[in-house]
Design a protein around this ligand. Structure first.
Ligand code: SAT
Ligand code: MN
Length: 602
């Protein structure tokens, strides 16, 4: 196929990769529905995709057991100097990694088609958007990219003859050497051959051996976070692992909120929240990534660089997230959930019992046995749906505004059964950066070498996604604050939906009731909130947040009190265990914030 572009650099790169990987043919993707349908047909014919009778134009995929999630220990930041990758990334010398990967890439697309996928992260042509071109030998990647990014000919038009793009090379790492096809088996390479590599100086991504999620849909975590964070630092903006929502009060006044949480804290649920308080409205701009650039007025303007939702299925129900359920009613790709006899999907926590005999995510027959607490789940814990953002009933009118939306508040959060109150507000930008730097979730099950009950720190929820030295990343945040006029700065908040009593009972109902906290956040941005100053920041007065049903005044007091002993232990842990990881590069401003809180705690 001749290239539908005169972009010499792009054409040369595609030629070079084709010589190395030796595909049977090359297809330049145009992003049309016909293209999408033809990819789906190839996968249905190969036994890789199952059409779902109950959901129009929707399909189920089962991946390989070795290929069910991002592989963080196979993910590399291959900067020239190790120090530029920093203490929290896997580093390897770029030329050494290229040698290893070139050997793997040699002939790896034999028997397959090589797809060239031009895509835009962000509305096509937006001054905040970035263009990437993914080369992939996976039809699953092509169809998923159609949903998750803006793909096709229009992107090539914007790119022109010499525009900048991020080259993203992907292969499932399984050549088809005989005339037999994949025989219904998800193609990928064994774990020790998987590599998700980033070359920050060249702004290039090489991924090998996985066909799943963020390992393979290279626009998402690889480009929009790891590479974009490097670009953002250079250009003076922020690429963040944050949802973006719009909240409107009964008078019709709106504010925009960005929020970072480590995984498994309900980001998608918060982004699509249905408020329980009458008259208030929450609408979705994005559920995973925010690119925020200072505008002429000094405010941060955010876009969602993605075009779809790649959400975790288990736990998603009409109760927990009706907007997500409506979003996946059609045109959705499901991966590693269970299949019902009548051609629908089912997963743990979908809100109703499994209807009859299912096929589980391993392809085996599975019947729900509620008496058996040890029954293996039907769906993988990280099973996913990929659905177009336009299908979300709560999608905000501004979600594709090329100029972005002005951010009023930035929230941080994590799963913290103790110590951290329901909500507290930073006193300043640097205090906000401090809050972001200590984000973490409590370990609930013994994992690797981590103690149960200890906190796994995940600064800004960016631990697996910062493409450079995290201490430099903290400094970048601080410098951006210095450049932002006080009146234009967003306000920073730390929220915690996951407080428990000593007996292990949840103190806060969460989900739609979180709108009560968002309301206080709104009011604080508006100057109308009821608050008190505390050693850890501003907090709502006890009547600052209306009690949801089932929460007693006593519970609320506990949710909104400063646990001085707990905070002293928290500060001690940050000082002794967390901050030393960043060595001499740790900005002194963060140490100053730490010491100021320590002093205020007395
Ligand atoms: O698989 S993804 O990286 O796209 C999603 C996630 O793990 O957060
Ligand atoms: Mn994420």
């Amino acid at each position: 196929m001749t290239a539908p572009t005169k972009h010499a650099k792009l054409v040369a790169w595609v030629d070079e990769i084709a010589k190395m990987t030796q595909p049977d043919s090359i297809v330049w993707c145009n992003g049309t529905k016909a293209e999408y349908d033809s990819m789906i047909k190839i996968m249905v014919d190969a036994g890789l995709a199952t059409p779902l009778k109950k959901r129009p134009n929707s399909f189920l995929f089962r991946s390989d057991a070795s290929d069910v999630a991002r592989v963080e220990n196979r993910t590399y930041i291959a900067s020239k100097s190790k120090d530029d990758a920093g203490p929290t990334n896997n580093w390897i010398d770029p030329s050494e990694l290229k040698d290893i990967m070139k050997k793997l890439y040699k002939g790896c697309m034999k028997g397959r088609t090589m797809y060239v996928i031009p895509f835009s992260m962000g509305p096509i042509g937006s001054p905040i958007a970035k263009i990437g071109v993914e080369i992939s030998d996976s039809e699953y990647v092509v169809t998923s990219m159609h949903i998750m990014a803006r793909v096709g000919s229009k992107v090539l038009e914007v790119l022109g003859d010499a525009g900048e793009f991020v080259p993203c090379l992907h292969s499932v790492g399984k050549p088809q050497l005989s005339c037999q096809d994949d025989l219904g088996q998800w193609p990928c390479a064994p774990l020790d051959k998987k590599y998700i590599a980033h070359f920050p100086e060249e702004q290039t991504i090489w991924s090998y051996g996985s066909g799943y999620g963020g390992n393979a849909l290279l626009g998402k975590k690889c480009l929009a976070l790891r590479i974009a964070s490097v670009i953002a630092r250079k250009e003076g903006w922020l690429a963040e692992h944050m949802l973006i929502l719009k909240i409107t009060n009964p008078e019709g006044k709106a504010k925009f909120v960005a929020a970072a949480f480590p995984s498994a804290c309900g980001k998608t649920n918060l982004a699509m929240l249905v408020p329980t308080i009458p008259g208030w409205k929450v609408e979705t701009i994005g559920d995973d990534i925010a690119w925020m650039k200072p505008g002429k007025d000094g405010k941060l303007y955010a876009i969602n660089p993605e075009a779809g939702f790649f959400g975790v299925a288990p736990g998603t129900s009409m109760d927990s997230n009706p907007n997500a359920m409506h979003s996946v009613a059609k045109n959705t790709l499901f991966t590693n959930v269970a299949l019902t006899e009548d051609g629908d999907v089912w997963w743990e926590g979908i809100g109703y019992d499994a209807p009859g005999k299912l096929i589980d995510w391993n392809g085996k027959s599975w019947t729900q046995d509620k008496a058996n607490k040890a029954q293996a789940p039907s769906s993988h814990a990280n099973s996913r749906f990929a659905a177009p953002a336009t299908q979300c009933p709560a999608i905000a009118a501004e979600w594709e505004d090329p100029a972005g939306v002005p951010i009023d508040a930035i929230l941080f959060g994590g799963r913290r059964p103790s110590t951290i109150p329901l909500v507290h507000q930073a006193k300043s930008w640097n205090h906000g950066v401090f809050m972001g730097s200590i984000v973490g979730s409590e370990i609930t099950a013994a994992a690797l070498d981590l103690k149960v009950g200890s906190v796994r720190r995940d600064p800004f929820a960016m631990l697996p996604f910062c493409g450079y030295n995290m201490a430099d990343y903290f400094t970048h945040w601080i410098k951006l604050g210095e450049k932002t006029p006080a009146a234009s700065q967003p306000k920073f908040f730390f929220v915690n939906w996951f407080r428990k009593t000593k007996e292990g009972k949840w103190l806060w109902p969460g989900y739609g009731e979180n709108s009560r906290v968002l309301k206080w956040v709104f009011e604080q941005c508006d100057g109308t909130g009821k608050f008190v100053e505390t050693p850890i920041g501003m907090m709502p007065t006890v009547d600052g947040i209306d009690l949801p049903a089932g929460v007693t005044a006593e519970d609320m007091k506990e949710l909104l009190s400063v646990d001085v002993a707990g905070w002293k232990a928290e500060i001690a842990d940050v000082r002794a265990e967390h901050y030393p990881k960043f060595g001499a590069k740790l900005p002194k401003e963060l140490v100053a914030e730490l010491e100021a809180i320590e002093k205020r705690l007395g």
